[in-house]
Design a protein around this ligand. Structure first.
Ligand SMILES: [Zn+2]
Length: 259
């Protein structure tokens, strides 16, 4: 039994980063380019989005580009070409931002929160720990309050593992950020898919249990890598990563889909 009919992978741009951002203490001299993914689910309860990419408007306005990226050391900034724009990809599927009823946020880093402001009819599901962290005032510069600290947003705060509907379960995977969470999705024909988000950027984070470069707790980050590996193995699931530059070239991208 599953309420999820289709899964679309949205490729929302690229980040240009030292390899150590993805692999803890490994590869400081190398610069890699990683995709930014988001996932759209067509469900019996409406359109559900897992993460929202980053807002290209912040890259195109010179003042905001400098304030949010260049002056904080996020340089070079990410690349979002017109075919990466989320709204355009939604339109190709036949919907728009207003059709999204639920947004699940893996965490609140800027490459996941960009289009929250555009979804007027959605509720936003975030973990208690992630929300507590950004409200503590200790969030670093790659959390953009201007993306999510907005009046009128309908937040739904969750703790731990939560089954949202048949075939759609949030699993708590902290470590990359304090309240990071991943998804397990069941599709009618494809079977189960684990959307790990940023537990590890690259497949090697999972095959070799290499910690992510960006982390808030080493023990939690390692436990979350092992949790994802266990979920994939036990379920015989397909594993999708938000930021793996090889994997993104091997999977189907929107408007194509998995059913
Ligand atoms: Zn990310």
């Amino acid at each position: 039994m599953t309420s999820v009919k289709r899964l679309f992978v949205l490729l929302c741009g690229f980040e240009i980063i030292p390899k150590t951002v993805s692999t803890h203490n490994i590869g400081a001299r190398f610069i890699i380019s990683v995709p930014i993914s988001a996932y759209l689910l067509d469900t019996d309860a409406g359109w559900v989005l897992f993460d929202t990419g980053l807002d290209e408007a912040n890259l195109r306005d010179p003042e905001r580009l400098n304030a949010l990226y260049i002056s904080t050391g996020w340089d070079p900034p990410p690349v979002v070409k017109p075919h990466h724009e989320m709204e355009r990809q939604l339109n190709e599927i036949g919907i728009g931002f207003d059709d999204i009823s639920t947004v699940i946020l893996s965490h609140l880093h800027a490459d996941h929160t960009g289009h929250i402001k555009h979804m007027k009819n959605a509720r936003f599901i975030v973990s208690q720990r992630e929300l507590d962290f950004v409200r503590s005032g200790k969030a670093p510069s790659y959390f953009f309050g201007s993306d999510y600290d907005l009046p009128g947003l309908e937040w739904q705060v969750v703790e731990g593992d939560v089954e949202l509907m048949d075939g759609l379960t949030i699993i708590a995977t902290p470590g990359h950020s304090p309240g990071h969470q991943s998804l397990v999705v069941t599709l009618p024909n494809t079977g189960q898919v684990v959307l790990a988000a940023d537990v590890g950027d690259l497949m090697i984070n999972f095959t070799d249990e290499i910690l992510p470069g960006g982390l808030t707790d080493e023990a939690e980050a390692l436990a979350s890598i092992r949790r994802i590996n266990r979920e994939v193995a036990e379920r015989g699931a397909m594993l999708m990563l938000t930021h793996d530059p090889e994997l993104i070239q091997q999977i189907k991208l929107a408007p194509d889909y998995y059913d």
